[in-house]
Design a protein around this ligand. Structure first.
Ligand SMILES: Cc1cc2nc3c(=O)[nH]c(=O)nc-3n(C[C@H](O)[C@H](O)[C@H](O)COP(=O)(O)OP(=O)(O)OC[C@H]3O[C@@H](n4cnc5c(N)ncnc54)[C@H](O)[C@@H]3O)c2cc1C
Length: 391
């Protein structure tokens, strides 16, 4: 057997590429997963990593895709144990004050959708919330969606676990390996991938390079326009993770506060730490934001958290916390891009926000497409052909 020949090569060892490589290997394909740096250390390591479908409601196929991702995590947990996967089955509380009339109307609409979709949830009042989360301050008129089946993930641990499984199935995981270009046959079909560690033979390449997808696509195909015109934005977000503290272990759920005055989300982060983020502080951040401005945004975020969890946040400062900026790969219409690259033979890609939630669903569905050659119905709304330039 030619040790440099693979059925499929996956470019990018974040959660999206690694999960796809895992499902491809499970179908019996010989895979090379090629990661330029280290597996699971891109956006995947700088994510709030809440596995959810309850907030994605207006577009039913997108809701169902997210719900499928969440349910595959449960299947994997049944097979391997949640702990080995880094999966934390805590449930999620999405809270608003009844005073906020627009927020209340939106929440009621969301509850209606969740009911129609048959998605597990219940509506709680302030008293029930305080029972579930005694260390958290809720408004007297608070109401919340409790999505009992939603989880959070230690995403780098999950990716490391899958990488071990991929190796155990006889496939290759290559770290510190940068891709250069594709080798093509005369008819334009893929015949190999050139990297700084040699040339690999394959007829199928799946690109899963996160927010760098446009540049990787341009470099591999030699079509520079991809870098400028690919329908995806880079959307930075700030995450604050507190140092370990015993009292922080009192927080049990992922909690979203949808209040107009102090919107933020928070969850346990393992070992007595808490991780938080917020839309308003994300709005204060750009990729070139100065350390001082990041610090200011982090203090603001801690202020939101202190108001709700005074006993857990106390007088903690931004200096004591880990501050991380993650870059979201954000397709122009906010949804996933997944499928074959139109006009190519043997080139596939996945680029998505919500990649922690979606990775298992996309990995399974793309495996069907790549191995069997048929586009699963659940993936069809996310094909690249829907966007200008690919139609
Ligand atoms: C602040 C924030 C909060 C978020 N919260 C959530 C959430 O709560 N729930 C959720 O589901 N999602 C969330 N997301 C989104 C989610 O984290 C991302 O969608 C997901 O991590 C993307 O994974 P990926 O594998 O596509 O990208 P990455 O993790 O960035 O992986 C891409 C990999 O490709 C590699 N690469 C790039 N170029 C090459 C090359 N030429 N050759 C080889 N390798 C290459 C990179 O080194 C990298 O490791 C959040 C994101 C952010 C930033």
């Amino acid at each position: 057997m030619d040790k440099n020949r693979f059925d499929v090569i996956v470019v990018g060892g974040g959660i999206v590429g690694t999960t796809a490589a895992y499902f491809l290997a499970r179908r019996g394909a010989r895979i090379a997963l090629v990661e330029r740096d280290r597996i699971g250390h891109g956006t995947t390591a700088r994510s709030f990593a809440w596995i959810n479908a309850s907030s994605k409601i207006a577009d039913e196929p997108y809701h169902r895709l997210n719900a499928l991702g969440a349910s595959i995590y449960h299947d994997l947990a049944d097979a391997f144990g949640a702990e080995r996967l880094g999966l934390h089955r805590t449930g999620m509380l999405q809270c608003i004050s009844r005073n906020d009339t627009a927020g209340l109307a939106a929440l009621e609409e969301q509850v209606g959708y969740l009911g129609r979709y048959g998605y597990p949830h219940q509506v709680l009042d302030a008293q029930a919330l305080s029972k579930l989360e005694p260390a958290v301050t809720f408004d007297d008129d608070a109401t919340a969606i409790h999505a009992m089946s939603e989880d959070w993930l230690e995403a780098p641990e999950f990716v490391a676990f899958l990488a071990d499984e991929i190796r155990a199935m006889g496939s290759l995981v290559l770290e510190g390996c940068a891709t250069t270009t594709l080798d093509l046959n005369d008819d334009g079909s893929v015949s190999g991938l050139v990297t700084d560690q040699g040339t690999f033979t394959t007829t199928k390449v799946l690109i899963a390079a996160g927010h760098e997808t446009p540049e990787v696509l341009a470099a591999l195909t030699g079509y520079e326009a991809f870098a400028a015109r690919f329908p995806m934005n880079r959307v930075p977000g700030l995450l604050v993770t507190t140092p370990p503290c015993q009292s922080a272990e009192q927080l049990r759920h992922v909690i979203y506060f949808d209040s107009p005055s102090d919107p933020f989300h928070i969850r346990p982060a393992g070992n007595g730490r808490l991780r938080m983020g917020a839309d308003d502080t994300d709005g204060m951040i750009a990729e070139d934001t100065s350390p001082e401005s990041i610090h200011r945004a982090a203090e603001r975020l801690l202020g939101h958290a202190r108001a709700r969890l005074p006993g857990l946040i106390g007088d903690m400062t931004a200096e004591q916390c880990e501050l991380a900026i993650g870059i979201r790969p954000y397709p122009h219409d906010g949804k996933t891009l997944a499928g074959a690259l139109p006009g190519s033979q043997g080139l596939y890609l996945i680029a998505t926000h919500s990649g922690i939630t979606l990775a298992p669903a996309l990995g399974q569905l793309m495996t069907t497409l790549i191995i069997e050659g048929t586009m699963p119905e659940a993936l069809q709304p996310f094909a690249l052909e829907r966007l200008p330039g690919f139609a």
